[in-house]
Design a protein around this ligand. Sequence first.
Ligand SMILES: [Zn+2]
Length: 349
Amino acid sequence: MNALESQLDYPLGDTIPAPGAVHALAPGVGWLRMPLPFALDHINLWLLGDEVEGRAGQSVVDCGAATDPTRAAWEQVFTGAMAGQDLLRVLATHCHPDHVGLSDWLCRRFDAAFWISAGEYGFARMMSAGLPGVDGPSAIPHFERHGLRAPELARMGERRNYYPSLVPAVPHAYTRLRDGQLVRIGAHRWRVIAGFGHSPEHASLYCAALNMLISGDMVLPRISTNVSVFAVEPEGNPLQLYLDSLGRFADLPEDTLVLPSHGKPFRGLHTRITQLREHHTARLAEVVQACAAPQSAADIVPLMFRRPLDAHQLSFALGEALAHLHKLWADGILRRETGTDGVIRFHLI
Ligand SMILES: [Zn+2]
C-alpha cells in the first residue's frame, strides 16, 4: 500500500471475490470481479437485487469485456450465485470496453433492458461499429500531429481493432440514464451523478439509504482516472471537465462506501478527491515548467510517465499529456502552434 492509499480505509481488508463468485456487501448488493487482458487486470461489477414488473431477479452495473475468461466467469455466476434467477437489467456506467463489452450478450440471453446515458450509448455504438473518427486508424494522424514518430506510431497501428474486438455488439435499444435521475433498483433508489472528462457522459450511482457510491471510473482508489484528448474531439479540454465533475460528489458523506470499477471498495471519498486534485495540480506544474521551451504532447509523455509503456498504455499516456496541455492552453497559460514539420507544440505565453 502506498502513502496515499494508507489515507483511505478499506473496510473489507484484502477480501477479493474469485472469478465467478459474488461477495455480499449488503443485502441485495453483491461484488463480482472479472478478469481483463491488460496491465489493469480486473474490473469490479455490482449485482443488485431487483424487481421489474413483478419479476424478481438481479440487475448488474457494468458487464466485463467480451473475452472467453469473462464469459466463463459469468457462466459460473449464472449457475452459482444467480442460480434460478434472471438478469433483469444491465446498467452501464460508461462506454469503455471493460464496462459494456458483454452488454449485448447479457441482454440477449436474459431479454434484459440496457440502461446507459445517451452520450455513452452513442459512443458505444459508434466505436463498436468502428466508424471513421473513433476507430483505431483515426488515432494515427492524431498522434502524429502531436509528435509521435516511428516506431511508436507503428505500434499504435496494432491497436486498430481494439474496441470492436472487446465490444463486438451493443444492444440496439436502450433506456436513458440522466443526471439527477433516481433509479429504483429493488428496495433502493440510486441517484445518477453524471461525470465528464473520462468518457462522454459517465453515470455514477449513489444510494443514500445504503450510503454507497458506485463510482465507475470517475473515482478510483489506487490509480488516477485516465483523461485523454482523442482524435474525434481534437480541441477538447477533458481535464477541466473531469476536475469540474469531481465537484459533483461534494455533497456526499465522507463515510460513503465507494464501490470503484478498479481496486477495492473504500471509505474516504473526499480524501481521495483531494489527492486526485493534488495529483493533477502537480502534473500541470511540471508541464508548465517544461513548456518554457516548445513541447509536443509526445515530448511531455516521458516527463509524466517515468516507466516503459506498452502500445495500450502509450496511447492513454499521450492522450493524458495532451489533456494537461489543453487545460493550460484553455487557461491562457500556454499557446499552441503548428510547426513547419506539421507537429503541434505548446509553450508559455
Ligand atoms: Zn473507463
